[in-house]
Design a protein around this ligand. Sequence first.
Ligand SMILES: [Zn+2]
Length: 187
Amino acid sequence: MPPTERPASDIPFERLFPQLDDSGRERLTAAARALDLRRSLDDPARWFWNEPDPADPQPEPEAQPHVLGTALLLYESDGDWLELGLDVWHQEGPRVSVTATVEVACWCELDHNMHAVQRAEWTADGGQALVEAFNAAALSVIRRIEGPRDPRDLRTRAGLPNPPEPVPDPDDGSPVDGGMAPSRHTP
Ligand SMILES: [Zn+2]
């Protein structure tokens, strides 16, 4: 089943997390909506999830399958970007983990697409713990919205390469387009 990209109000919490009771679901929905409310106007709400499909079990499930996630775009310019991520992953048995990440564009010669330069993780064994982990991760994302937005600084601090500096043109103030967006893999 392909991931979906929809607003928080569409997340099927009852199918993704059957261990939650009504109040737990309501609290997760509220936390997810709180994130959507803090997006900038040009950043549409997009949550993606992978519903378990009993009719089509994966032959070799991933070790830590992705359950639910979203990204908030804080910076985007000339192919460079910075996003905040919140994701829920299945762990062993009933355990899940919730991660909050700061992600920046990759400018390595080999295109990795993205680097998580900051990452915090909360693990949870049951419904109540999941609600607390999700709330803690959502709060940390919300607080981080006010943090630094320059992906260059964050890449430098993480020891990652940056794109070349644009060469200013003294005759006109328009940005130089040197085709410097990271190359995309094309089939
Ligand atoms: Zn890279």
